[in-house]
Design a binder for this molecule. Structure first.
Ligand code: NAP
Length: 284
């Protein structure tokens, strides 16, 4: 491998101006004394292919990929790691001397966020709300570990399709259904962990929640991957029901930390990254 004097990293998405990733990664580079910089790039759908070609041409070492490009970018990459192949989406790209390799660290980020709160998902009964990009990554990663997964989504057929995909690729039984108050109430009766992987409750619609205290219970863990606001209405409702709560900031930090490892081979300074994200969130 050639010696690099400096490396450029970035995040591509549209919109991109509120991304907290530049602050998070630049703080990590600074802490480790790495001569690297991480920049936000607004890239429209039309320019996605040019952005991938440009990454190679300009020798940009790594990109994160965010909404709406996580799936569409795949066709412009040379290789996908196992998780990205299963999920069919990418949130991290490594430019390995001209070869663009795609990874998806969202699922592992969610698992690390649970583990750092001493919640090992192995052998747990998990109810996952959502069947979009983040839910897909989380479902595939947890399906290898958890005792059971029940996926509920507003648009039922997407939940059913995701469950079938996991069954086919991982040979693991996964249940799926439509998200209603009754179906959620039933599913939560004997659940250990509820994960909200929808955008419900995200700023500016922070008065919305997928569940209220009436159907949550003590003894369960409620993990909301929405990170703005840090304490969502769902987490407040869970607290009122006596449940343990885990905010989405942990996942944001750990998906970034996993990308940092892939790019630099350094152990990521997780607490520095978390502080940078919290500072960024307080300024939004
Ligand atoms: P996405 O692919 O657009 O999926 C959105 C999901 O939310 C779908 O399941 C959708 O259901 C559901 N949904 C949207 N509005 C709803 C409503 N009013 N009622 C019920 N369900 C609703 O988005 P994504 O990329 O998965 O992101 C989802 C959320 O996770 C966003 O808030 C994002 O910021 C957050 N996120 C956090 C992290 C982190 O690191 N903490 C990482 C990635 C994403 P339908 O299928 O019925 O439309």
């Amino acid at each position: 491998m050639s010696t690099r004097l400096s490396d450029i990293y970035g995040v591509i998405g549209d919109p991109i101006e509120h991304s907290l990733s530049p602050q998070m990664h630049n703080a990590a580079f600074k802490k480790l004394g790495l001569n690297c910089i991480y920049l936000p790039f607004r890239v429209t759908q039309r320019d996605l292919k040019s952005a991938a070609l440009g990454m190679r041409a300009l020798n940009i070492r790594g990109f994160n990929v965010t909404t709406p490009h996580k799936t569409a970018i795949v066709e412009f990459l040379d290789e996908l790691d196992k998780t990205a192949q299963e999920v069919g989406a990418v949130n991290t790209i490594l430019n390995d001397e001209g070869r663009l390799i795609g990874y998806d660290t969202d699922g592992l980020g969610a698992v690390r966020a649970l583990e750092e709160q001493n919640e090992d998902p192995s052998d747990k009964r998990i109810v996952l709300i959502g069947a979009g990009g983040a839910a897909t990554a989380i479902a595939f990663t947890l399906a290898r570990r958890a005792r059971s997964i029940f996926i509920l989504n507003r648009t039922q057929h997407k939940a059913v399709k995701l469950a079938k995909d996991i069954e086919r690729k991982l040979v693991k039984k996964v249940s799926a259904g439509s998200l209603t108050r009754d179906s959620l109430f039933e599913a939560l009766r004997d659940a250990d962990i509820l994960i909200n992987a929808t955008s419900v409750g995200m700023y500016p619609k922070s008065k919305q929640t997928v569940a209220t205290r009436k159907i949550l219970h003590s003894g369960m863990v409620v993990f909301d991957i929405v990170y703005n606001p840090v304490k969502t209405l769902l987490l407040s409702e869970a607290e009122a029901a006596g449940a343990k709560t885990i905010p989405g900031v942990g996942m944001l930090v750990h998906q970034g930390a996993e990308a940092f490892k892939i790019w630099t081979n350094h152990s990521p300074p997780v607490e520095v990254m978390r502080r940078a994200v919290m500072e960024g969130l307080s300024g939004l």
